[in-house]
Design a protein around this ligand. Structure first.
Ligand code: C2E
Ligand code: CA
Ligand code: CA
Length: 518
């Protein structure tokens, strides 16, 4: 009888190997006591009874080992060791195929880290990779034996549930909450504590028309996108409403891509003046979408969708090309425009090929790097620890490009980071400029910024100058350059030549235009 209860030889050997791990040494005193009280047979019975329990509660050492056993050479994620998307789809499909005969169902959850990008920027790639491995380990321990944990693209994980009797909303919310709690436990990595949060989307087979493994996973991903947008730490079930929103976003993405490729995204140009001479010191290129039905759209209407669709680099290319083209055209037309400023967002600044691409473009247009200014938001400089961003900006500065710190005063950049990012000019935010001519508090703020800039040998440019009074006060306080509706609104390239001509005439007619006039 005893023999039939015993594991097979190889199973026993593997089991014993595990017994010698410290976690199971706890069984030793109990076995010894049993030996004493019941003799050898009693001790063996106890061991046989206790071993399966100990083995079942042991955390799985090999990542991705849960769920239906993957084939020998199945590709795995190099970082976490987890199985990949196709495995999760296959696991879901297997349960669905046999659902009618087994009466059991499944569901899919997708877990997405809320701030993976920030982890990279604040703590570096190594800390991020460490966190991914830790999340994978925790999910493997938390999920049941027959569930499959897979790594998806980016910072996402799929949880394909093994056959279950009750796959309903309530159960799924509980499972999601359990996985979330496990991932969100603080992590200690390299002597620091990392707080990672995650959002989860899930889908039950009954929620989609033709449930297949792949469809279930896709639906859970859409729900996870929705959760992520509503995060941190959100949980969302897939619904038709989520599907409709996703379709809308996809169509917007397609439209933006089409717009970028077909000349619908155009740069408008807003002049900047020197307060010393009144002459044009540059133009800022600002993106507009010439929408075939909705007319001219400002960046606020399409930039968020464009960036989240991964099209920021394309926008950068399109605007840079138009900006350099404009500079060449002004040169040819005989107007002195020393500088063109282009806005670069965080996503563009992360591009490892950015500097190379920019150099190539400058060469192509035969323009000096000193004639191009890169505008970087103060928040990007304040928040970023990203090596690539720092390296790119430093490389652009050493190439000779100007670096303007955009929206200055709103983003809490430290003086150290201003130095590290080799900033050449502070672009004082409109919020400090508004009513600077009649509000003493505003005047004190601007005066403080200007004096700091002087001490740090940084040039200054005030943006959002809407009145002649503000222009005059800024000139009097010693701000080097001004830009805003009081001078001109952003305009299409075709209108710039006429504007430059009018401005030239105005300067000629007003020989003393400068610090005290608007
Ligand atoms: P920003 O870089 O701070 O640009 C200044 C914004 O203020 C522009 O809005 C401009 O039209 C507006 N503006 C200029 N003068 C005045 C003024 O006197 N009063 C007021 N109230 N507003 C003024 P716009 O063109 O809607 O651009 C909004 C933001 O979109 C920009 O803010 C910039 O962050 C972003 N953006 C624009 N073009 C690009 C681009 O090509 N690439 C990237 N990455 N971002 C862009
Ligand atoms: Ca700007
Ligand atoms: Ca700005």
């Amino acid at each position: 009888m005893l023999r039939s209860l015993l594991p097979t030889r190889s199973g026993m050997a593997a089991g014993l190997k595990r017994v010698w791990r410290p976690a199971y040494l706890g069984l030793a005193p109990a076995a010894a006591l049993a030996w004493l009280w019941f003799g050898a047979e009693g001790a063996i019975i106890l061991l046989v009874a206790a071993l399966p329990i100990a083995l079942a509660t042991e955390p799985d050492a090999a990542p991705g080992a849960r769920g239906p056993a993957p084939p020998e050479h199945e590709p795995r994620d190099a970082l976490s060791g987890l199985v990949l998307r196709t495995r999760a789809e296959h696991a879901l499909q297997t349960v669905l195929t046999h659902a009618a005969s087994t009466g059991k169902s499944t569901a899919c959850l997708v877990l997405v880290l809320d701030d993976a990008r920030l982890i990279v920027e604040r703590h570096g790639q190594a800390a991020h990779d460490h966190a991914i491995r830790r999340v994978a380990e925790r999910l493997l321990v938390t999920m049941r034996q027959h569930d499959t944990v897979a790594r998806l693209e980016g910072d996402r994980f799929a949880l394909a549930l093994g056959p279950m009797r009750r796959a309903d909303l309530e159960t799924l919310i509980q499972i999601a909450a359990r996985a979330q709690a496990a991932v969100q436990e603080p992590m200690s990595i390299d002597a620091m504590t990392l707080y990672v949060s995650c959002s989860i989307g899930f889908c039950l087979p009954g929620r989609i028309v033709e449930p297949t493994g792949a469809a279930l996973l896709t639906a859970a991903e859409l729900a996870a996108d929705d959760a992520w947008r509503n995060g941190p730490s959100a949980i969302r079930a897939f619904s038709q409403e989520i599907a409709a929103h996703a379709e809308h976003r996809q169509s917007l993405r397609d439209q933006i891509e089409f717009a970028l490729d077909n000349g619908q995204i155009v740069a408008h140009f807003q002049p900047q003046l020197s307060t010393d001479t009144g002459e044009v010191s540059g133009f800022e290129a600002l993106a507009r979408w010439k929408h075939p039905e909705r007319g001219l759209l400002p960046p606020g209407e399409f930039l968020p969708a464009l960036t989240s669709s991964g099209l920021a680099a394309r926008l950068g290319e399109v605007i840079l090309f138009q900006a350099l083209n404009a500079l060449r055209a002004w040169d040819r037309a005989g107007y002195r425009v020393p500088n063109i400023a282009v806005n670069f967002c965080r996503e563009e600044l992360r591009n490892p090929k950015l500097v190379e691409k920019l150099k190539w473009e400058l060469d192509r247009f035969d323009l000096d790097a000193g004639r191009l200014t890169i505008e970087i938001l103060e928040t990007v400089v304040a928040e970023t620890e990203n090596d690539m961003v720092v390296r790119n900006i430093a490389a652009l500065a050493s190439l000779g490009c100007g670096i303007d710190l955009d929206d200055f005063g709103t983003g809490h950049a430290s003086i150290t980071s201003i130095r590290r990012f080799t900033v050449s000019r502070l672009k004082i935010d409109r919020s400090f400029v508004t009513r600077v001519d009649c509000d003493p508090t505003q005047q004190r703020m601007v005066a403080a910024i200007l004096s700091m800039a002087e001490q740090l040998s940084l040039a200054t440019l005030a943006e959002g100058v809407e009145t002649v009074g503000e222009h005059a006060m800024l000139a009097q306080l010693g701000c080097g350059h001004v830009q805003g509706y009081a001078i001109a609104r952003p305009m299409p390239f075709d209108e710039t030549i006429a504007w430059l001509e009018r401005h030239r005439t105005k300067l000629d007619e007003t020989p003393n235009l400068g610090r005290r006039t608007g």
